[in-house]
Design a protein. Structure first.
Length: 127
């Protein structure tokens, strides 16, 4: 059984490093995290673990898609506009089975100690 972390509300959000303003917000900190293809924060295992994020990293055509599970506290501290101005990047549990899926059908990780870090899905999806 996975040990759940003590936390407040769990937040699920999805970003892709393709186009600022469409696939991720065209503002910091998102620009810092995603605009340099050679230094994507959500592909940095040390940064992800330090921030206690659960990340699925998946190639999509010529971009990288990220399904991120974290706490509301982390979002409020690091990117609060995600909860107000950029809600289109939030994802929510399916009403039937309480599972959260990204726009490419990727299932988000549950927020637990065992899931902190990066899971890489190597099969690219062509849009």
């Amino acid at each position: 059984m996975k040990k759940k972390l003590k936390n407040n509300e769990i937040i699920y959000f999805e970003l892709n490093n393709w186009f600022a303003g469409r696939d991720y917000p065209n503002t910091d900190p998102f620009l810092t995290w995603l605009s340099n293809d050679n230094c994507l924060s959500f592909e940095d295992e040390e940064w992800v673990k330090k921030n206690k994020l659960c990340v699925i990293c998946q190639p999509i055509d010529m971009s990288v898609n990220f399904c991120i599970t974290t706490t509301e506290e982390w979002v409020e501290k690091n990117c609060p506009e995600l909860l107000t101005k950029y809600t289109e990047f939030l994802r929510f549990p399916d009403e039937e089975d309480d599972v959260v899926y990204g726009k490419f059908g990727t299932e988000f990780l549950q927020y637990s100690e065992e899931n902190i870090g990066i899971r890489r899905m190597e099969e690219p999806i062509d849009e």
